[in-house]
Structure formats: C-alpha cells, structure tokens
Design a protein around this ligand. Structure first.
Ligand code: SF4
Length: 187
C-alpha cells in the first residue's frame, strides 16, 4: 500500500474513532493533513472550534497566523504535514487530559512513521511534553533542536499563544528560520 493510501486509511480510522471521551463532544475528528512525504511536521495541541466544524487542522485564527509565520520563514503550508496531539476538540478549548493524549498517541506515532519528516516542530507545551520526555517548559526549551527517534525536533510557541502575546513572534520566527536553514544544509 502506498504511503498516501496508508495516510488515507489512518484518516478514516481517526474519523471513526471512539476510544476516548473527546469523541462525544466533537462534530468532526480532525486527522493530520499535508503531503505524504512532507519535510516538516507541525504538531499542535488539539482542534479548535473552526477545525471541529470543518474537520481540518489549523484553519482558524491560529492557522492563519501560522501560515504568515511559515511564509516569513520561507516555508509554505504545502510543504508541511500539520497535525495535533489529539484529533478531537477538547470542550471549551481546554488542554487535552493526559489520558486523552495517551489514548490518541498511537495515531500521531503512525503519522510520524509514515510521513518520516526530516524535522518535527512541536507547537507549545502540550505538544512538546506529549512527544518528548521533558520537564522544562516551552520558554526554556524553544529554539534548540531535540531528538525523537532520530528525527530533529524544534520546540516553539503555539500560534494561539502568539496571538495573545505578539512580542514572542520574533523568537518563533527565529525558531522556524533555524528549521529552514537546517533543511537547506541537509538537502
Ligand atoms: Fe479517538 Fe483521538 Fe478522537 Fe480520542 S481524540 S476519540 S483517541 S481520535
């Protein structure tokens, strides 16, 4: 089966999933999206209201802001796989509970295994701590490459946080620029 077909099969499994309580309040599950062999994978926390409505990741205000950041760092959305820790919207946009994140994690692991990105960018604390065994928060960890099973991982701020505190935008742009520079030097 091709990688595209595997990702489509995975998306169908996600849309039908009822393994955690989040399925009860969702309108639509939100599988990851992008080209099957994207160089960069972005991992956010979970779908918001717009994403829940449309069943697509990062289509709301945070998504539009992320698009701007990507463009400024020389990355286009078409080059990236974009996904979340949990694929169903937590009620009221709360952070996913640890058990919800743990239940959903096999889907994320499968996405990573199929896409095999050169770099993963984790957006915010929830995504970083879900993927990596870290105690420090995103403010201390951002901006330097970490490792997940041999894949470079860059932690940076979540776009929703930047919308609340635009003063951190420059640091995020610098983090994304480091990702672009790494990819340019490892073609
Ligand atoms: Fe399934 Fe993940 Fe949705 Fe929970 S959040 S119902 S584990 S797809």
């Amino acid at each position: 089966m091709s990688d595209e077909a595997q990702l489509e099969k995975l998306a169908k499994q996600i849309r039908a999933c009822t393994k955690c309580e989040l399925h009860r309040s969702r309108k639509n599950a939100v599988p990851g999206e992008g080209p099957a062999h994207a160089e960069i994978m972005f991992i956010g926390e979970g779908p918001g209201a717009r994403e829940d409505e449309q069943g697509r990741p990062f289509v709301g205000a945070s998504g539009k802001f992320l698009d701007q950041l990507l463009e400024q760092a020389g990355v286009t959305r078409a080059d990236v796989w974009i996904t979340n820790v949990v694929k169903c919207r937590p009620p009221g946009n709360r952070a996913p509970m640890p058990d919800e994140a743990a239940t959903c994690k096999p889907f994320l692991e499968r996405e990573i295994a199929i896409v095999q990105p050169a770099v993963i960018v984790v957006l915010g604390n929830t995504a970083m701590k879900n993927l990596l065994d870290t105690r420090e928060g995103i403010t201390r960890m951002r901006g330097r490459f970490l490792d997940y099973k041999g894949i470079k991982v860059m932690p940076t701020f979540h776009p929703a946080y930047l919308l609340r505190d635009p003063s951190k935008k420059r640091e995020t742009w610098e983090d994304l620029k480091k990702v672009r520079d790494y990819l340019d030097s490892h073609p």
